[in-house]
Design a protein around this ligand. Structure first.
Ligand code: SAH
Ligand code: SF4
Ligand code: F3S
Length: 459
């Protein structure tokens, strides 16, 4: 008889919320890999399940509790042999409620504690109750997380900033992610170089307030995000840089200039405005007016004329009147967004807006959101149609939906589908855009493709 290797343990991670959670989920997988955990999609075979959760709106939070109900059954079906962990912003905000409502959860850990996962798993194996870590530890999790080893593909995320000190009236992030923290330049450059070595051609720098980043440079002084983008653009093989999410208040002159002088910085910017009414913006504590935002857009477009803009809108913040809502529609019309996310205001416990006078009725919120979304949808379709006829540089991300088809993204972040060989994955190729659809583009390779060797043959 031959020895069979010990069965690998299986890890299932479900991720909700923003891209920072996507990044964190990958890092949790990195930290658990040395313990023998390999990824699975099947809950039945999972030895450990992590729900990486989002607290931003009520709906997002509810999903966690319904998922936990289903996981209880899955755990019972495995005779209790399943570690269930709740991570992310719901864990941070509602740790006590989770242990009370779902005592079958083994671990509850906030976003600043992921480096402690191995130790927590060991403690959970010994402990009877739930192991909870929702403090903001004094040590820096980034210093204690292992280096990324798993390829993320042609596009990768890199968290450079966490937390928020802005305290917008409606938002839970300052409470769930803590205060602003910027990673130092050296750590970011080293991680970017590793990602590129693993195949990344485009890196999206992440932060809840990414343009408030002011990490320490090798010279000991604080750098701006514009300077960081220029430094990262020097990395050989890194063709594209993006960053998200930005706050209008932190769009400094140097960052605007970088959009003009750094070709690797892609001509697409997600810049949430939330409302077009100065009254509402004031109540939201956003720290800028509608005119400030429009002026900013003008300056950005002067620096980079082909810049496409995206935004976030909240419909029905407390105190919002029909006139405020009309001002939001007017601002959207004036800017012309290529893409956008819009949400119905959701009262979040503990935030100032949740107890403000003038809460807007659900039906009114629904009607306003529908109007905002119809306008934004039209703008997105118009933008996509305006790409037809252009030859766009497309970063090929992988196979498309149909055989023989490849998928990629334009500089403006549109998904594109075109006929092409699989070996194009990871390359930037010219694609003639034939048509724009509501959510994507279709095109055809603009130049005959010659196979490019991935590595130079040894001389
Ligand atoms: N840091 C980013 C946004 C993070 S949250 C910024 O400053 O813009 C992502 C989006 O969720 C926000 O832009 C906002 O539009 C929306 N959002 C946040 N809290 C919300 C709430 N209570 N109700 C509805 N939408 C909300
Ligand atoms: Fe939330 Fe405002 Fe901070 Fe953005 S800037 S994360 S909306 S508090
Ligand atoms: Fe959600 Fe937390 Fe991100 S609340 S949007 S997962 S920062």
């Amino acid at each position: 008889m031959t020895d069979t290797p010990a069965p690998r343990k299986r890890l299932l991670i479900r991720t909700w919320g923003c891209q920072m959670n996507v990044y964190d989920s990958a890092r949790m997988a990195d930290v658990l890999a040395p313990l023998g955990y390999a990824p699975t999609e099947q809950v039945e075979e999972a030895d450990m399940v992590i729900l990486n959760t989002c607290h931003i709106r009520e709906k997002a939070t509810e999903k966690v509790f319904s998922d936990l109900g289903r996981l209880r059954e899955a755990k019972q079906a495995r005779g209790g042999e399943m570690v269930i962990a709740v991570a992310g912003c719901v864990a941070q905000a509602e740790g006590a409620e989770i242990t009370a409502r779902a005592p079958w959860v083994d671990l509850v850990l906030g976003p600043q504690s992921y480096h402690r996962l191995p130790e927590m798993v060991a403690r959970a194996a010994r402990a009877a109750g739930t192991v909870i870590e929702t403090e903001f530890p004094t040590e820096d999790k980034f210093d204690h997380l292992p280096e990324t080893t798993a390829p993320q593909g042609a596009t990768a995320f890199l968290t450079i900033q966490e937390g928020c000190d802005k305290f917008c009236s409606f938002c839970v992030v300052p409470y769930t992610r803590g205060s602003e923290y910027s990673r130092p330049v050296a750590a970011i450059v080293a991680e970017a170089e590793r990602l590129v070595a693993l195949g990344a051609r485009e890196i999206t720098l992440l932060g809840q307030n990414v343009n408030a980043w002011h990490g320490e440079g090798p010279d000991g002084g604080a750098w701006t995000l514009g300077r960081l983008a220029r430094r990262l653009a020097e990395i050989e093989g890194l063709l594209r840089i993006r960053y998200t999410t930005s706050h209008p208040r932190d769009m400094d002159d140097d960052l605007i200039a970088a959009h003009g002088d750094t070709p690797a910085l892609m001509p697409f910017l997600h810049l949430p405005v939330q409302s077009g009414s100065d009254r509402v913006l004031r109540m939201m504590n956003r720290g800028h007016t509608a005119a400030d935002y429009l002026r900013l857009v003008e300056r950005l477009r002067a620096a980079r004329p082909d810049l496409a803009l995206s935004t976030d809108i909240i419909a029905g913040h407390p105190g919002e009147t029909d006139a405020d809502h009309a001002a939001t529609l007017a601002l959207i019309r004036e800017v012309g967004f290529a893409q956008a996310f819009s949400f119905k205001y959701s009262a979040r416990p503990g935030t100032p807006a949740s107890t403000m006078a003038g809460q807007v009725e659900e039906a009114v919120k629904d009607a306003r959101l529908a109007e905002v979304q119809a306008l934004l949808r039209d703008q997105q379709t118009a933008f996509n149609r305006s790409r037809a006829g252009l030859v766009a540089e497309v970063l090929v991300t992988g196979p498309g939906r149909h055989p023989g088809q490849m998928a990629g993204r334009t500089p403006w972040l549109n998904p594109v589908h075109f006929e092409g060989p699989a070996e194009l994955a990871g390359q930037v190729v010219p694609v003639r855009i034939l048509a724009g659809h509501p959510n994507s583009l279709t095109g055809t390779l603009a130049a005959p493709h010659r196979a490019q060797p991935r590595e130079r043959p040894a001389a």
